[in-house]
Design a protein around this ligand. Sequence first.
Ligand SMILES: [Mg+2]
Length: 173
Amino acid sequence: MPWADLLQPDLTLTGNILSLGPEVVEQHRLRGLILDVDETLVPWQSTQVPREVIAWGKMMRQLVPLVLVSNNLNRHRIAQIAAEMGPVAFFHGAGKPSRQKVRAAVSALSLDPDRIHKQVGIVGDRLLTDVLVGNRLDMFTILVEPITIAGASQPTYSWRRVEFWLFRTLQGR
Ligand SMILES: [Mg+2]
């Protein structure tokens, strides 16, 4: 698969995770959602899961199981967030775009990681980690905007900009 295709999300939302509604799960017949943590569920430099995100998780869990897969190495932190989100299953130190822990997360959904065929959604804010690993595993990849704290100073997301530049360049535009 060409690089540009590996970095192409199946769905790009123009909002953060809260803009991902149940209709996406229903329309694409998703059987589970793998969620990125940092800047997808939890704002930059924040340890708190916003109340709205907890409510979102509660609503989504009525439709599909959720599993957190984070590149963050701090097991305690990711475990705490997973507890607040459900509790839901979690994997930390995943090294996305490495496939190993994402495959384990799919197995945790009682699904075969070799036969995903777009039946599992992966949600994240980064092309080179979340979308890339999702496409490598034939998942339904969903790119969201990073979640932020209202009124707080925002990071520049320079890596995200580099990723989009790379993506456009690979597409030949
Ligand atoms: Mg992230």
